[in-house]
Design a protein around this ligand. Structure first.
Ligand SMILES: NC(=O)c1ccc[n+]([C@@H]2O[C@H](COP(=O)([O-])OP(=O)(O)OC[C@H]3O[C@@H](n4cnc5c(N)ncnc54)[C@H](OP(=O)(O)O)[C@@H]3O)[C@@H](O)[C@H]2O)c1
Length: 271
C-alpha cells in the first residue's frame, strides 16, 4: 500500500490516511493499532478524550517501528484548555513518546476563551520540540480568524466532520485560503455512508467496496482521512484505495449526496 504524504504549512509531512481510534475500547486498542501498523498505516489519530492513549502507546512500542516513521496525533481535551501544557505532558506520558506529531485543540468551546491561552502554550511546546505540528479541530471560520489574529502560528490542520452527507465545502475553502490542511473526521459517516445505494452502484462498477469508493473520493479531493475500524479485514480494506480512480461523474454523484446535517455535533453547541 502506498499512502500519499501531504506537506503541511510548517513543512512537516502527514500521511493522507490514518487510523482513527475514537470508541476503540481498552481491550481492543492494542490489537487494533497493531493490525493497522502491520497493514502499512503509519498515522494514528487519538485524543485525551478517547481514553486509549496508553493502549496506543503500548501498541507503538510493541510494533518496534522507528519513531520517525510514525505520525501520531492527539488532542487537548476541552476541560484542559486552561492547563494545556500539563495536559500535553500527560498525553506524552500515556503515549510513551518524547514528542507528538500533531497536537490539536479538540473543540473551540464557545463559553470560554481559554482556547487562546492553549494555543500560546502549544506554540511554546512546539518551539521546545514537544510537538511537531499544531492545529485545531471543529474550528469554524470565526475561531480560525481569532487564532490567526493572534499573529503567531497559523494552524497546520483543521480536523472537521466531513463525509458524503455532510460536506463542509465552505469551511474547506476557508482552510485552503489560510493554507490549513483539511482533515476529514467520520469520513465514512460513522459507518452510514457505505450503505448509500448510489455509492454501492459506483462501487460495483469500479469493482471496489463502498467504503473504498468514499475514501477514494476524499483522497482525490486532497483531504486527510482517518477512518476507524476495529475489524482487521476492514482496516486492510480501508487502506487499499491507491489503485483506482473515480471519474468526474462519480465525484459529482457523491458531491450530490450532501444533506447539510451533522451526524456528530455542531461546534457552537459543545461546551
Ligand atoms: N475531532 C473530533 O471531534 C472527532 C470526532 C469524531 C471522530 N474523530 C476521529 O475520526 C475518526 C473516524 O470517525 P468515526 O469513528 O466517527 O467514523 P467513521 O470512520 O466514519 O466510521 C466508523 C464506523 O464505520 C465502520 N466501518 C469502518 N470501515 C468500514 C468499512 N470498510 N465498511 C463498512 N463500515 C466500516 C466502523 O465499524 P467497525 O469498527 O465495526 O468496523 C465504525 O462503525 C475517529 O475514530 C476519530 O479518530 C474526531
Amino acid at each position: 500500500m502506498s499512502i500519499p504524504l501531504i506537506t503541511l504549512n510548517d513543512g512537516h509531512q502527514i500521511p493522507q490516511l490514518g487510523l482513527g481510534v475514537w470508541q476503540v475500547r481498552s481491550n481492543s486498542i492494542v490489537p487494533t493499532v497493531l493490525t493497522a501498523l502491520e497493514a502499512g498505516y503509519r498515522h494514528i489519530d487519538t485524543a485525551a478524550a478517547y481514553y486509549n492513549e496508553e493502549g496506543v502507546g503500548r501498541a507503538l512500542k510493541q510494533s518496534g517501528i522507528a519513531r520517525d516513521e510514525l505520525f501520531i496525533t492527539t488532542k487537548l481535551d476541552n476541560s484542559d484548555q486552561g492547563r494545556a501544557r500539563a495536559a500535553l505532558e500527560d498525553s506524552l506520558t500515556k503515549l510513551g513518546l518524547d514528542y507528538i506529531d500533531l497536537y490539536l485543540i479538540h473543540w473551540p468551546v464557545p463559553s470560554s476563551r481559554d482556547r487562546l491561552k492553549a494555543w500560546k502554550a502549544m506554540e511554546q511546546a512546539q518551539v521546545e520540540g514537544l510537538i511537531r505540528s499544531i492545529g485545531v479541530s471543529n474550528f469554524t471560520p470565526r475561531y480560525l480568524t481569532e487564532i490567526i489574529n493572534l499573529g503567531g502560528t497559523v494552524p497546520a490542520v483543521n480536523q472537521i466532520e466531513y463525509h458524503p452527507t455532510f460536506q463542509q465545502t465552505q469551511l474547506e475553502d476557508t482552510n485552503r485560503y489560510w493554507g490549513i490542511a483539511t482533515e476529514a473526521y467520520s469520513p465514512l459517516g460513522m459507518g452510514s455512508a457505505p450503505q448509500n445505494e448510489q455509492i454501492k452502484q459506483i462501487a460495483k462498477r469500479v469493482n471496489k467496496t463502498p467504503a473504498q469508493v468514499i475514501l477514494r473520493w476524499h483522497l482525490q479531493a486532497g483531504r486527510i482521512i482517518i477512518p476507524k475500524s476495529v475489524r482487521p479485514s476492514r482496516i486492510v480494506e480501508n487502506s487499499a484505495i491507491a489503485d483506482f480512480t473515480l471519474t468526474d461523474s462519480d465525484i459529482a454523484a457523491i458531491n450530490g449526496l450532501h444533506t447539510g446535517n451533522y451526524l456528530g455535533w455542531n461546534p457552537e453547541a459543545v461546551n
